[in-house]
Design a protein. Structure first.
Length: 315
């Protein structure tokens, strides 16, 4: 399951590539910056919500992400953007909105987990959400999350997600926090966490390549943190292809994460085998159709699938 994507980092010769750049309202206003006071003037709610966007060379889509945060119906939002030293014009887009971004920083990091941990450290809100370049929020996502925290007293709130492929919505991802012992069953772009949970249960592990969000949520769950599900759609994601190498790595990391968080080896391995069989069968089926020259059947097969699996949107 893909939750966010950061493109590979090419070698660059810019002498300033390791230089830390920063901006936003915190930098511009200095000691006079008080986020809560500004929020009160705008008639915002009582709970300050921090939203973090992680990006690296995300110029193609980051403006859409930024706009979705700035357009939220809930106004008491602290917006932080953490960039890994982009070279493709991403910073120009960020600077375009820096009078509405509370803080942005661009510097070399040790990968996605390191960047997310940096964002968590910078956040001062009572709750923290993450929406990365390539993804975007529904207009009332933060408002609904705040309401769900108030109604449930949960430490973590999650919701559903709409998947888009080639510019068309085609799948609704349903979060199911009760199934975290089986697989990554929560869509990370929809997740909001009380800031104190990061302090008590830890943040993102640097050693994982793609499963750091699963490790985080499973760890929270195993430590008894209440995870509440809101049945609304909070976020949207652009679909990316899953290569043979990436799904193998993903399910192996899931196995390692389970055992690291107290799930027995036999149970973890049983789920590993089930996931492996599913992805291997799907990959083999596609290859067989290609060999037989029957790829033209895929649209028909997808329509049949969509009639039985209501998560898919039949366009």
């Amino acid at each position: 399951m893909r939750h966010f994507r950061r493109r590979g980092r090419p070698e660059v010769t810019d002498v300033n590539k390791d230089k830390k750049l920063e901006g936003g309202l915190r930098v511009k206003m200095g000691a006079s910056y008080k986020k809560n006071d500004a929020a009160v003037l705008k008639g915002a709610g009582d709970m300050l919500a921090s939203v973090i966007t992680i990006t690296y060379n995300g110029a193609a889509h980051i403006e859409h992400t930024i706009k979705s945060v700035l357009a939220q119906s809930y106004k008491n939002i602290e917006y932080i953007v953490v960039d890994g030293g982009s070279t493709d014009g991403t910073l120009d887009i960020i600077k375009k909105y820096e009078d509405r971004i509370d803080y942005w920083v661009s510097e070399k990091d040790r990968g996605i987990s390191d960047a997310m941990n940096k964002g968590v450290e910078l956040a001062t809100g009572a709750i923290v959400g993450m929406i990365h370049a390539d993804d975007w929020y529904e207009p009332d996502a933060v408002e609904n999350a705040v309401k769900t925290f108030a109604e449930t007293g949960a430490g973590v709130v999650c919701a559903d997600l709409r998947y888009h492929k080639d510019g068309v919505a085609y799948f609704i991802g349903r979060s199911d926090p009760d199934s975290l012992d089986k697989t990554m069953s929560v869509w990370h772009p929809t997740v909001f966490v009380r800031a104190g949970i990061y302090k008590s249960a830890g943040a993102f592990e640097l050693k994982y390549i793609s499963g750091m969000d699963y490790d985080l949520l499973l760890r929270f769950s195993m430590k008894g943190v209440k995870i509440a599900k809101d049945d609304k759609i909070y976020a949207n994601m652009r679909a990316g292809g899953t290569s043979d190498q990436s799904w193998r790595r993903m399910i192996r990391e899931e196995y390692l994460i389970k055992t690291a968080n107290g799930i027995g080896v036999f149970k973890a391995y049983a789920y590993y085998l089930g996931r492996y069989a599913y992805f291997a069968a799907a990959a083999a089926f596609k290859k067989t159709l290609a060999v037989l020259g029957l790829t033209s059947l895929m649209p028909l097969l997808k329509k049949i699938r969509n009639k039985f699996d209501k998560r898919f949107i039949d366009n």
